[in-house]
Design a protein around this ligand. Structure first.
Ligand SMILES: Nc1nc2c(ncn2[C@@H]2O[C@H](COP(=O)(O)OP(=O)(O)O)[C@@H](O)[C@H]2O)c(=O)[nH]1
Ligand SMILES: [Mg+2]
Length: 353
């Protein structure tokens, strides 16, 4: 299972431009048997300098980074929840992803029309927010009608669910997204199948003019400023040319790396590494994953026959210089089935086949 991020926003804000820039960072899908082949889905490398450092001492045959999927979702328009545009189709696509990136148009270009005729970032954010809220409201009301019938027999779960749905309905009715409700894990589990759009983590990306980059390209809270057109141009250049080009704009790094890492952080994801069969590979798991569940990412056999995990932090391995050295000096820890994997650990799973 991989993590996916939907790129949403009004039409003509630069979603496809950003998607194109991101997909230039595609991993080679043939190395990843579970990746989707779909023109609207880009399987994008998570940048990780630790891989390069580890590769220097481990000399693997192959290095496989971990990845996140980005989905280019066609433009949402006002009234989408009532089926405007391709309304329902877009909304169902958004239901499938784990997080959202909303592109907000801040660039001015008279040749490119804006659906509402003016550049208005706060207004656009409000439009999208309301569309998602209306769509959720419709899902919640539909479910509530059904659940209320079930509460007549005093069914405990139905009563509980009805309570949660009423609370959610009120929040949505007040114009607030569900993510601000801070639902308990148990409550989240009860409504998980509704896949409510406003419960998903969201990052706002302001697509700015090239000339504004110097003063605005930065990450502030949940906002990222970048120029999608510039990022798309960069994607065609060599690493050296990219550096030169960025320098002209006073930047050190492509904003895409910042964006990918922000998504990673927002979703509370961490990375662990394996070195089986001379392949150094990075894997993505949510923070708080136990060793056997992490093993299941690699192969279900590893999880089913799980015995123990040999664990070392990546930096300790670099200091030790080799796995053998680390083992001889007692730096490989043995951990059991309740162990919570930490970010940056190299793990070797022992299992019964
Ligand atoms: N000037 C300028 N044009 C942009 C920028 N990003 C996208 N565009 C242009 O805006 C138009 C719509 O972009 P597109 O990515 O297709 O928008 P989408 O409808 O949100 O997918 C295209 O002609 C892009 O070249 C930008 O940062 N600056
Ligand atoms: Mg598009």
């Amino acid at each position: 299972m991989s993590f996916s991020v939907g790129i949403i926003g009004l039409p003509n804000v630069g979603k496809s431009t950003l998607f194109k820039a991101l997909t230039k960072k595609q991993v080679d899908i043939s190395n990843y048997p579970f990746c989707t082949i779909d023109p609207n889905v880009g399987t994008v490398k998570v940048p990780d300098q630790r891989l390069e450092q580890l590769a220097q001492i481990l000399n693997p045959k192959q290095v496989l980074p971990t990845y996140i999927e980005f989905v280019d979702i066609a433009g949402l328009v006002k009234g989408a929840h009532q089926g405007e545009g391709l309304g329902n189709q877009f909304l169902s696509r958004i239901r499938e992803v784990d997080a959202l990136i909303e592109i907000v148009r801040s660039f001015t270009d008279t040749n490119i029309t804006h659906v509402s005729g003016k550049i208005d970032p706060p207004g656009d954010i409000e439009t999208i927010k309301l569309e998602l809220i209306f769509a959720d409201l419709a899902s919640v009301e539909k479910r509530l009608t059904k659940v209320k019938k079930e509460t007549k027999s005093q069914d405990k779960i139905a009563l509980k669910l009805a309570g949660i749905l009423e609370k959610i309905k009120k929040t949505l009715g007040d114009g607030q997204p569900i993510r601000e409700l801070n639902l308990a894990e148990e409550e989240k589990a009860l409504i998980a199948d509704l896949n409510l759009l406003t419960s998903k983590p969201i990052i706002h990306v302001f697509n700015i003019d090239e000339k504004s980059i110097n003063d605005q390209s930065s990450t502030i809270n949940n906002q990222i400023h970048l120029c999608a057109k510039l990022e798309a141009d960069l994607a065609d250049l060599s690493p050296e040319e990219t550096k030169e080009y960025l320098k002209e704009y006073g930047q050190d790094n492509s904003a895409l790396d910042t964006l990918i890492l922000s998504v990673y952080k927002k979703l509370n994801l961490i990375t662990f590494f394996t070195t089986q069969n001379q392949i150094l590979q990075a894997w993505t798991i949510p923070f708080g994953t136990k060793a056997p569940e992490a093993a299941a990412k690699i192969h279900t056999d590893l999880a089913q026959g799980f015995i123990r995990a040999e664990v070392i932090n990546w930096q300790n391995l670099i200091t030790a210089g080799s796995i053998q050295n680390a083992r001889e000096t007692g730096q490989l820890r043995i951990e059991g089935k309740d162990y919570l994997i930490q970010d940056g650990e190299i793990i070797h799973f022992k299992f019964n086949s």
